[in-house]
Ligand binder design. Structure first.
Ligand code: NAP
Length: 437
């Protein structure tokens, strides 16, 4: 049988990229095959599984085993330490490959757009999270943990991760793969109260129930939610025509937190609702955040015409992400402009670059399968071209799968000695040295 063999470039080695590679692998037939080149800017793959997922959530990271299985297939090659827009252009990839899939994510934090946001120690989760996860671009983020209170803005799972990392006893992070520089800093931290501030009510929060249910189980931290706010939210959802199961589960989990007996420990994590930050104040550095109080009226959140403020030395905003732009692609509303994953020519997009920063890691699985179905429908005759090797300058230090496996093994071995899953290398040039040794 005549086999048509197509060259695919997937840009971005995060969950969306890997699940797209897997969907291509599964779609192969007697008459259809794919050669997949995964291109990644960093010297390490796995995207948010390495630099986003909280270190105290090791179970979520086990999906990396699936990624390594995908990478072991003979039609898969990794080209890490290769940057789209710098080392290769999109035009060149389009010419050399039958299909280009942009799985480049959304790594820039959205801004509040309020006065004082640029003060020292007002950080975005898009800096703070990769800092504690040893992302080589964020090793030098200046994080000052000398005050007793930290505020986290946003009522989503990223806010929850950030708040937990700040609020738990850092000794609980000893057996994790948290960045060594971050653990050292967290061990010196004076922060004992962390307040998550959501602008709407408990019934509108973007947290998910499994993450909420963990909170009362924290060993060294008491978690608080105002019971009155939960009772009001319960009243509001009783007035709704239809209540989704996820919402009921969330409210139940928050009620359990509010009612849970406190341990009387000094570390506190509070979730505060109906509070919109309107100004961050401070003399050169964050000192106080002013909030507008809100209320729910006929299902809508409106201003209660009142303000209050909280003294704090650290603010972390976790209010969503947008894509970082690169040349050759049109970005719109913080994402790659696309129609159901189709961009233009032979270019497609998946994951957060396609749909924005929503969904959990598994969401990318169905999303990628849909994209690959669409791509296969649109395939033309395969090109005869060389692929990426024709594009990279000679001597370019590519981290391929074998090099990555060296980095991985080295980190895991260091971890074994320290009683951790791995000790991450956070220095870009050291990563490359390890990979190419
Ligand atoms: P998210 O779930 O969209 O939550 C963003 C939060 O920011 C919302 O509460 C939103 O409130 C708030 N917000 C937005 N703009 C704001 C503003 N100007 N002022 C105040 N608050 C504002 O986003 P995320 O937390 O970044 O998470 C991204 C995705 O990753 C989510 O799908 C999440 O579930 C997933 N994730 C999952 C896990 C896990 O499974 N453990 C961990 C981390 C992340 P409004 O609703 O009022 O807009």
């Amino acid at each position: 049988m005549n086999v048509k063999n197509y060259k695919v470039a997937i840009v971005g080695a995060g969950p969306a990229g890997y699940f797209t590679a897997q969907a291509f692998q599964k779609a192969q037939r007697n008459d259809l095959s794919f050669v997949i080149d995964m291109i990644e800017r960093l010297p390490t793959p796995w995207g948010l599984v390495r630099s986003g997922v909280a270190p105290d959530h090791p179970k979520i990271k086990t999906v990396s085993k699936v990624f390594e299985k995908i990478a072991k297939e003979p039609n898969f090659r990794l080209f890490a330490n290769v940057e789209l827009g710098k080392d290769v252009s999109l035009k060149d990839l389009r010419d050399q490959y039958d299909v280009v899939v942009l799985a480049t994510g959304a790594s820039r934090g959205r801004k509040l757009g309020i006065p004082g946001e640029k003060l020292k120690n007002s950080l975005s989760a898009a800096e703070f999270v990769p800092w504690y996860n040893a992302h080589p671009d964020f090793v030098d983020v200046e994080v000052d943990l000398s005050s007793d209170t930290a505020l986290v803005i946003g009522a989503g799972n990223v806010a929850m991760d950030v708040a937990r990392i700040l609020a738990i006893d850092p000794a609980e992070l000893d057996p994790t793969d948290v960045a060594e520089h971050a653990l050292a800093k967290l061990k010196q931290s004076n922060i004992r109260t962390v307040i998550i501030c959501g602008r709407r009510g408990p019934e509108h929060a973007a947290f998910t129930a499994p993450e909420l249910r963990e909170l009362p189980k924290l060993e060294n931290t008491d978690v608080y939610i105002d019971s009155k706010q939960i009772e009001e939210a319960i009243q509001h959802i009783e007035e709704m025509d239809e209540v989704e199961k996820d919402l009921r589960n969330n409210i139940e989990a928050m009620k359990a937190i509010a009612e849970h007996e406190k341990k009387g420990v000094t570390r506190k994590l509070e979730i505060k609702f109906l509070s919109t930050p309107i100004e961050i104040k401070g003399n050169g550095k964050v000192e106080e955040v002013v909030f507008q109080k809100n209320k729910v009226e006929n299902g809508k959140v409106v201003s209660a015409n009142d303000t209050f403020s909280i003294k704090t030395g650290l603010v972390v905003t976790a209010i969503g992400y947008e894509s970082v732009e690169y040349s050759g692609v049109t970005f719109e509303s913080g994402r790659v402009r696309n129609i159901a994953g189709y961009v233009e020519h032979n270019v497609y997009t998946v994951g957060w670059a396609k749909r924005g920063p929503t969904g959990v890691i598994g969401t990318n699985k169905s999303d990628s399968t849909d994209a690959v179905d669409l791509i296969i429908e649109n395939l033309k005759e395969p090109k005869t071209s060389e692929g990426i090797t024709a594009l990279l300058k000679s001597g370019h230090k590519v981290i391929d799968q074998t090099s990555w496996e060296k980095i991985n093994a080295s980190e895991v071995i260091s971890g074994e000695l320290a009683g951790k899953p791995r000790v991450k290398v956070a220095d870009w040039s050291q990563l490359i040295r390890l990979g190419l040794s």
